[in-house]
Design a protein. Structure first.
Length: 329
């Protein structure tokens, strides 16, 4: 468990370009806060113990993050830190999601990445100088560009800034990171189940495209939940993949379909993605499960897989928040 937590934190830190010199600053502030809350002097044995624990964990994280930075920089077409990318194409995928095709400003190639990983976009911020957001790479690897697909959140400063960008505009981008990915070097007999809702489709679409290209013989069940057709991105693309490969089953479920959706038969069933739907499409529960979406969706899927007794090694998810929230529901 500690190893998995360290890897998750290290990948997040690498995406945000946390460096060794930042740790003493964080540590000093953390210990000062503990002293204040507990009303203890800074030389108290409890504070000393906290300092030792923090130092131990910091050393582990610094070591792993250093490995990640070196690997990023030494990778073919790789780099460390942030570099300029140009928006070479912008595509409206739904009423709320736009895709951005990003190519290096110097016309070089991009490094390979594992389907499910993300890149970090850094933009100016009037209060802090810059601010950063992680966005999943929403397609299989292409040597010339990255693609991210971003939902415009009602109060999302960065997402709305991106939606206001045009082709030709520049962005600062960090190299691919993340421990949530499909490892294509592994070959399993088990079916692959990809579950998504809303904009959570983005990393799973990269997985679907990659499996279609690299392991077309593998059984894949792709289930996506959306409000209705106007919020549903990549519907036609997913159906095309399923139509081209008999090993891929795709199912679209809408919770609030419009009359137009019903007339056009844009979805397969009504409601939320649940255990009954999954069992109706999956030939047995012994599968590899990957899922991503809003918190209620994530909580429901996570609890259901626990109820079924699916081993942790077969359960993979991307949750944008403390994992305790997911487990607590």
């Amino acid at each position: 468990m500690l190893g998995a937590a360290v890897e998750r934190i290290a990948q997040k830190h690498a995406g945000l370009r946390i460096l060794p010199e930042h740790y003493p600053i964080v540590g000093s502030n953390l210990l000062a806060s503990i002293c204040e809350v507990l009303s203890l002097p800074d030389d108290h044995e409890i504070i000393t113990a906290w300092a030792e624990a923090y130092g131990f964990l910091a050393d582990i994280l610094i070591g792993r993050e250093t490995q990640i930075y070196r690997k990023q920089e030494s990778a073919e077409n790789g780099w460390s830190g942030f570099r300029n990318f140009r928006i070479i194409r912008k595509v409206v995928e739904s009423d709320v999601i736009d895709s951005f095709y990003l190519a290096p400003a110097d016309d070089s190639k991009v490094p390979s990445y594992k389907p499910g990983q993300y890149i970090t976009v850094r933009v100016p911020d009037s209060k802090t100088g810059t601010t950063m957001r992680n966005y999943s790479l929403s397609s299989a690897h292409h040597p010339d560009h990255f693609r991210i697909s971003v939902k415009a959140e009602p109060e999302g400063a960065v997402s709305n800034l991106l939606h206001g960008k045009a082709e030709g505009d520049m962005l600062e981008v960090g190299p691919p990171c993340g421990e949530f990915f499909l490892d294509l070097s592994e070959h399993h007999e088990r079916p692959l189940v990809l579950l998504s809702a809303g904009v959570g489709i983005t990393p799973l679409l990269a997985m679907l495209e990659s499996v279609q290209s690299e392991q077309p013989q593998r059984k894949v069940v792709f289930i996506h939940g959306s409000l209705h057709g106007k919020t549903h991105a990549f519907a036609d693309h997913v159906r095309e993949i399923a139509a081209d490969n008999p090993n891929v089953t795709a199912h679209m479920r809408y919770s609030e379909p419009s009359e137009e959706d019903i007339a056009a038969k844009r979805f397969d069933s009504t409601g939320f993605v649940d255990a009954e739907l999954i069992e109706s499409l999956v030939p047995g529960r012994d599968c590899d499960y990957f899922f991503c979406g809003p918190k209620p969706f994530m909580t429901a899927i996570y609890r259901q897989l626990l109820t079924w007794g699916i081993p942790g090694s077969q359960v993979h998810f991307e949750f944008f928040g403390p994992r305790e929230e997911l487990e607590a529901g």
